[in-house]
Design a protein around this ligand. Structure first.
Ligand code: KMH
Ligand code: ZN
Length: 405
């Protein structure tokens, strides 16, 4: 949760020689942001208890335009951890002329701080605390190879054990593709059956989300084979891809007739689709399917950000996409490559859900291969703890995603 203010420092604010504004004036802006965040979070102004850090980084003068922002970074029972920053966007230039000012090409950071506010339990009127976090582990995918990462699971036993490790680490959903033992991608129905059985033997509560995207170049019938499995062998949910796009050097084909076809097959099975969004226009495509009655609420979106051919993985792009989300929806983010953990962190902070795993990223840290997807799941759990967010069990995730069984 974020708040923003933009103000012009006036001659009244100048306190020191050279029209210098005192630091307390910027802290007053942070105080107003803290108050807004408390109101947004709990419907009450709350109290600023303490700053744990304040850095004044550049001078502020009368005539400067200052933009200040704050965000909640930790949710406690009654306390809210917050961070603040202020940037100069326009600088007065009295040396050029009494009324001269410059729009700065690069804003200058003038102050940074963090602190804690308190809203007593009895005064929390409208709690907007983010709910439990669903962590999806995309453990295999169709593109990653053993040459990329030797920990990629390929056989039913390896898939089952990897899914169980992810469950133990905190994942509630497994996003599942299938592979042959030699690593070739397949959507073969019987191979999926073997994978699903191997997972359910070891971690029966996990939600299994079958891919209907498969690998580039597969036909829709080929891709949809996991939807032919029923009961204990069938998936709990399935992905729905709704836009044709460049996918690296290839083309991932999902024409409108194909998207309607797959949406129909998923809906007929009585399981919820996860709508995959790789590009800004895909939300409009989703809305088209909704308007035509092919999808029913509540909707669940996965923003797969950072595919070459789709929208880049950035906070700005995520905020833009969220601004156009159909209601009611839940949403998750899957950042690709080095964006995976930063985007997961963002989703955790912003109240969304997160997908991590070797399908989208092979590294745990820069230059350090992840020893499977479970260590990546564990990182997201750490992040959830750091912001005070609960991690959803598979049972809770089933309710949030509208899975019937
Ligand atoms: N393998 C990608 C081309 C999905 O799982 O639904 C598509 C994909 C999407 O992974
Ligand atoms: Zn996938």
């Amino acid at each position: 949760m974020r708040a923003r203010l933009r103000v012009r420092m006036s001659a009244h604010d100048a306190h020191y020689g050279g029209d210098l504004v005192d630091g307390a004036r910027v802290l007053a802006l942070f105080g107003d942001l803290a108050t807004e965040l408390c109101i947004r979070a709990y419907g009450d102004e709350g109290l600023f208890r303490a700053y744990d850090q304040v850095d004044f980084l550049a001078p502020v003068r009368a005539g400067d335009y200052i933009e200040a922002e704050g965000e909640i970074v930790k949710w406690g029972e009654t306390s809210l951890g917050m961070r603040f920053w202020a940037r100069k966007l326009i600088a007065a230039r009295p040396e050029a002329a009494a009324s001269a000012a410059d729009v700065l090409a690069e804003p200058i950071e003038v102050c940074r701080a963090s602190g804690t506010c308190v809203v007593p339990a009895g005064e929390q009127r409208t709690p907007h605390r983010p709910g439990p976090l669903i962590i999806t582990a995309a453990i295999v995918g169709a593109e990653t190879t053993r040459a990329h990462n030797p920990h990629l699971p390929l056989t039913p036993v390896e898939i089952g054990e990897e899914a169980a490790r992810c469950a133990a680490a905190g994942a509630s959903v497994i996003h599942l593709h299938a592979r042959w033992d030699d690593g070739r991608p397949t959507q073969d129905r019987e191979r999926f059956r073997a994978f699903i059985r191997a997972i359910r033997e070891r971690a029966p509560a996990l939600i299994i989300q079958a891919s209907t995207g498969g690998a580039i170049g597969m036909s829709i019938n080929e891709r949809c084979q996991p939807l032919e499995l029923d009961g204990q062998d069938g998936p709990d949910m399935a992905t729905l891809n709704i836009g044709t796009m460049n996918f690296g050097d290839e083309v991932f084909e999902n024409t409108f007739p194909q998207a309607f076809d797959v949406a129909g097959r998923i809906t007929q099975k009585g399981i919820p689709p996860e709508i995959e969004v790789y590009d800004a226009g895909h939300l409009d495509n989703a809305r088209f399917l909704i308007d035509k009655g092919a999808l029913a609420p509540p909707y669940h979106f996965q923003f797969v950000l950072g595919v070459r051919g789709g929208v880049a993985a950035s906070r700005r792009n995520l905020e833009f996409l969220l601004g156009d989300l159909p209601t009611p929806s839940t949403w998750a983010v899957a950042g690709v490559g080095r964006h995976q953990l930063p985007m997961a962190q963002l989703a955790v902070q912003m109240g969304g859900h997160a997908r991590v795993g070797l399908e989208d990223n092979i590294y745990l840290d820069k230059g350090v291969l992840a020893e499977g997807s479970a260590p990546l799941v564990a990182r997201v759990v750490e992040e959830a703890r750091a912001v005070g967010r609960e991690v959803a069990t598979p049972r809770v995730a089933r309710d949030l995603l509208g899975i019937k069984s």
